[in-house]
Design a protein around this ligand. Structure first.
Ligand code: HEM
Length: 398
């Protein structure tokens, strides 16, 4: 079994990729995968150096139709669309797109969301209390970040189900190597485009939300094209739908299956911020990303040719014993925890301050209000997705 088996979604590896990572790391911090015909970077030092190396670019999605291989030509439009997201751009486009959105995501701006997030968390727990149980994913970890990002963007929360379908299709496109995922995303992008073309004229134009700011950037001058606007809206929706859910699900599972750690956290709630970082390190919601060599380079002693797309495995770097003492153990009081769950370098997660705040409020409130919280299943199924790592459901009682 190699990294390709994980990438092609072998269920046992999707549920627990860490023994595979450890075995591969034993061969070296960078290994060549014959089935994928490329390199896989697993070591902490090598992943962090690679993600900030300007010779490794983020423009790994076909942009113009003439870059798309013949077999994929019918889908050229979707690659062109997705390639306009900041996640897939290098400077100067990346700098411009990130600049337009980043003001809304500074720690100071995010702090103004604290009361809103606390209110949503309390409402979700209030709704579950009479049932003495819930599916943490469906009833808590999913609705929390989706409601928050809908409010920040300024889109109607009543349309959350559509946003979920579009986001899920985008996550499937990124994290599963299946052709029908491309077709589904094409349909979703057509719907999203129609939806926002209808919504935009209903806006007054002075709204103090993220969509308002982006629309003003699109209208005034050439700061943002319509395709860039729609492509980055789906990125924000998907980032708000697919990742924080799994921070809460994976983290809660890790804590509930380790009673001693849970007990420490209950006894010392001041450890909550450290515990959230440790949950992110221990079972990262985004397991890997990729970059393309724009110039010849060597990682460790492996020569990488120009044009090659290589894998950077954040989930493996986070368990590297050269960086973390006792990496396979969850330690809610771990210090100097410079994990790579949010990536590194110019594409470091824009939403990290928001995800951290949501995670901290979620864990603090769940533990405070539900003293008898416990898992109901020994093994809950994982999402069939190699990049986005999380549970399909997580039933608990209290
Ligand atoms: C626990 C939750 C989250 C995790 C683990 C996470 C993880 C990541 C990672 C690993 C990257 C870098 C990918 C790469 O380098 O290729 C990234 C980028 C990004 N994330 Fe997050 N994310 C989370 C939550 C969020 C939230 C809530 C938002 C906003 C609503 C968000 C918005 C973004 C954006 C816009 C980028 C692209 C940044 C760029 O290209 O400059 N993320 N995220």
């Amino acid at each position: 079994m190699g990294f390709a088996d994980f990438f092609f979604m072998n269920p046992a590896l999707i549920a627990d990729p860490y023994p595979l990572y450890a075995r591969l790391r034993g061969e070296g911090p960078v290994v060549f995968d014959r089935d994928l015909n490329t390199w896989v970077v697993l070591g902490f030092a090598e992943v962090s150096a690679g993600l900030r190396d300007p010779r490794l670019g983020a423009q790994r999605m076909f942009g113009d139709a003439d870059e798309v291989p013949t077999a994929l030509q019918p889908m050229a439009s979707i690659f062109a669309f997705v390639s306009r997201q900041m996640l897939f751009r290098d400077p100067p486009d990346h700098t411009r797109l990130r600049g337009l959105v980043s003001k809304a995501f500074t720690p100071r701006m995010i702090e103004t969301m604290r009361a809103t997030i606390q209110g949503i968390v309390d409402d979700l727990i209030d709704a579950a209390l009479p049932r003495h149980g819930m599916d943490v994913i469906r009833d808590f970890a999913y609705p929390l970040p989706t409601t928050v990002i809908a409010r920040m963007l300024g889109v109607p929360e009543t349309d959350n189900d559509r946003f979920k379908r579009w986001s899920d299709d985008f996550a499937e496109f990124l994290g599963t190597p299946q052709m029908d995922a491309v077709e589904r995303l094409m349909a979703s992008v057509a719907e999203l485009t129609a939806y926002f073309r209808a919504l935009i004229p209903t806006r007054r134009g002075d709204e103090d939300d993220l969509l308002g700011a982006l629309l003003r950037a699109e209208e005034h001058g050439d700061a943002l094209s319509e395709t860039e606007l729609f492509a980055n809206i789906i990125l924000l929706l998907a980032a708000g739908h697919e990742t924080t859910t799994n921070l809460i699900g994976n983290g809660l599972h890790a804590l509930l299956t380790r009673p001693a750690q849970l007990q420490r956290l209950r006894a010392a709630p001041a450890l909550i911020p450290a515990a959230v970082e440790e949950c992110l390190r221990f079972d990262a919601p985004v397991q890997f990303t990729t970059r393309v060599a724009k110039a010849p380079l060597a990682i460790s002693d492996q020569a990488i040719p120009v044009g090659k797309e290589i894998f950077f495995v954040l989930g493996a770097a986070n368990r590297d014993p050269a960086q973390f003492a006792d990496p396979d153990n969850l330690d809610v009081s771990r210090r100097d925890n410079r994990h790579l769950a949010f990536g590194f370098g110019p594409h470091f997660c824009l939403g990290a301050p928001l995800a951290r705040l949501e995670g901290q409020i979620a864990f603090a409130t769940l533990l405070r209000r539900l003293p008898d919280l416990r898992l109901l299943e020994d093994t809950s199924p994982h999402l069939p997705n190699a990049a986005f790592h999380g549970f399909q459901r997580l039933p608990v009682a209290f």
